[in-house]
Design a binder for this molecule. Structure first.
Ligand code: DQA
Length: 142
């Protein structure tokens, strides 16, 4: 089944937003790269990005029975959203949580994640390569 790539608030500004923290690649570049990885593994990559918590939750509900794994960068919602975490258990597929930056080297409010306890794995600090690693992992295991 396909892999779903989800990106939360402000990640549509990737490449423009704090490039010293998040790099110069755009979100479209990341989607293209991860799609290549999925397709090299004979899988389709579905992708969705939104600045809206509700839209992300609606997309996750739709993913039940549709995908075999989810890669998500919940961005700021990582640290705030019980509702997003509750949604992520609904599809009953492995979740890989990705952060471009090393959140543990940053402000203390970024050290807690509502998503990590329900994730199969967490990648933080590998830059945009973290998405590639996550998609490759899910292609091999889900
Ligand atoms: C982020 C880290 C979060 O703390 C932040 O709110 C983001 C991006 C990352 O990819 O490093 O928006 O998830």
């Amino acid at each position: 089944a396909p892999i779903l790539l989800l990106n939360g608030p402000n990640l549509n500004m990737l490449g423009v937003r704090q490039p010293e923290v998040y790099g110069s690649e755009s979100l479209a570049d990341v989607v293209r790269r991860t799609r290549e990885v999925a397709e090299a593994n004979g899988r389709a990559l579905l992708d969705f990005a939104s600045n809206s918590e509700g839209e992300l939750i609606d997309r996750i509900h739709q993913a039940r029975g549709e995908v075999s794994g989810i890669v998500i960068n919940p961005a700021g919602l990582t640290h705030t959203s019980v509702a997003l975490r509750d949604a992520l258990v609904i599809p009953e597929v492995p979740i890989v949580e990705v952060h471009i930056s090393n959140v543990y080297a940053r402000e203390p409010f970024r050290h807690h994640s509502y998503v990590s306890p329900i994730a199969a794995a967490v990648i933080s600090g590998l830059g945009t390569y973290g998405y590639v690693a996550a998609v490759q992992y899910l292609c091999e295991t889900s």
